[in-house]
Design a binder for this molecule. Structure first.
Ligand code: ATP
Ligand code: SF4
Ligand code: MG
Length: 386
């Protein structure tokens, strides 16, 4: 495991009592085995209005999203604010009721489960929240914050209903995330942001999950702490045989952390590819624009950025045809073909494990990108010229 130390952490207790052994991770599964299979998932929120507060419209937050996540994978989900990343993550976990679609986890139909079967499934699918401050109840000690889920999931077999067993497990998982066992008696305000996020991770881990939705787990943290938390998540994935859906804004973070990436725009997936392929050769005009905005660390390098015109349209009234057509630089370049505004492009395979939803993806060439960026005359700032 990499260095788990948090600069704000307090010195380790001199002779901490020996922790009971954590569960031995299962043997790694064959690569390519699908753990989570989401098909045609939709989540529409009603818009209420009028004097009688009746439904006057819908927010098409997630609109027909299908994706498969392999066991042991770190799958990244990126896209602008409001494109539906969190809603998708919450819907597959059944924290939101899906409007339509299916989600299967290890072959079990998650959206159809009820009663005890649903309770068991909830243990296997957990979430780590973005906000390490808001997600921990300030009035509860850490032992209760982490123990709450254990108590709810307690049964005769695991014994989690017993305080002593719960407390011991809380201590085990605090240690697993690089904190001291005796921190369990403290309250959230006694910790730094990085430490609180470790507590949020311990809370998810204590239930022995296989699949975790990490919803922007480092966005609220200082840059210096971000890499520690990412390394911790990576180590825990290997140690506990976890699979992640990793939601993020920051494309550099996703590039560093993830194996495959899905790019979302206005409730739809527009591109899915392994991380190295997406960053080297994005095929959707929206992905190209997103990636062109990543700053280059070398100050001598001048980089042209593709700036998208206009604002993101409302998800309550998405554009017809291709949802990206109102802002698409490639459509402009191609002379506004009618297909873009009349026919929805579906994801189609353009390479190994690489899918794109654009009628004209084959026109996304390096030359087309360069010429379009040059015509906008936008060069990233803070660059020194040779
Ligand atoms: N409970 C809700 N009721 C109504 N609309 C909602 C609700 N939750 C989300 N939305 C809307 O659904 C759309 C998608 O929101 P979501 O939070 O999933 O986006 P996101 O991609 O996670 O954004 P961010 O990057 O800012 O976290 C937004 O337009 C949002 O306003
Ligand atoms: S289908 Fe048309 S509008 Fe949509 S991304 Fe492709 S070129 Fe742009
Ligand atoms: Mg979100």
């Amino acid at each position: 495991m990499s260095d788990l130390s948090d600069p704000t952490a307090q010195p380790a207790a001199p002779a901490a009592p020996a922790a009971p052994a954590l569960p031995v991770p299962a043997a790694p599964q064959a690569p390519g085995e699908i753990l989570l299979d989401a098909r045609n998932v939709k989540k529409y929120f009603p818009i209420m209005g009028g004097l009688l507060r009746h439904q006057i419209g819908k927010v098409y937050a997630v609109d027909d999203v299908s994706l498969q996540i392999y066991r042991g994978e770190k799958f990244g989900l990126v896209g602008e604010s409001g494109c539906g990343k969190t809603t998708f993550g919450r819907t597959i976990l059944r924290l939101e009721k899906a409007t339509d679609g299916t989600v299967s986890m290890d072959g079990q139909d998650v959206l159809a489960l009820q009663g005890n079967d649903l309770k068991k499934m909830r243990r296997r699918m957990q979430i780590i929240f973005q906000d390490p401050y808001g997600s921990l109840n300030p009035r509860m000690p850490i032992s209760d914050i982490i123990g709450e889920g254990l108590l709810a999931q307690g049964d005769k077999a695991n014994g989690w209903g017993k305080r002593s067993i719960r407390d011991s497990r809380v201590g085990d998982y605090l240690e697993a995330v690089g904190l001291r066992r005796d921190y369990s008696r403290r309250y959230p305000h006694e910790f730094s942001g990085g430490q609180r996020q470790r507590i949020g991770i311990a809370r998810a881990l204590a239930l022995d999950p296989e699949f975790i939705v990490c919803d922007e787990p480092v966005s609220a943290l200082d840059v210096s702490i971000q890499s520690q938390i990412l390394n911790l998540l990576s180590d825990l994935r290997a140690q506990f045989n976890l699979t992640y859906l990793f939601i993020a804004h920051n494309l550099s973070v996703v590039q560093y952390f993830c194996d495959r990436i899905g790019v979302m725009y206005l409730g739809k997936l527009v591109e899915i590819a392994p991380v190295d392929i997406l960053y080297a050769n994005p095929q959707h005009p929206y992905s190209v624009a997103l990636l062109s905005a990543i700053p280059v660390p070398d100050p001598r390098v001048r980089k042209r950025r593709l700036v998208l015109k206009g604002d993101v349209p409302s998800p309550a009234n998405p554009p017809t045809g291709c949802r990206f057509h109102t802002r698409c630089w490639l459509r402009d370049r191609l002379g506004n073909p009618a297909e873009c505004s009349t026919t929805e492009p579906l994801l189609k395979t353009v390479g190994a494990d690489h899918q794109v939803a654009c009628h004209f993806a084959d026109q996304v060439t390096a030359q087309a990108v360069q010429e379009s960026a040059a015509s906008q005359s936008v060069i990233d700032t803070a660059v020194a010229t040779d």
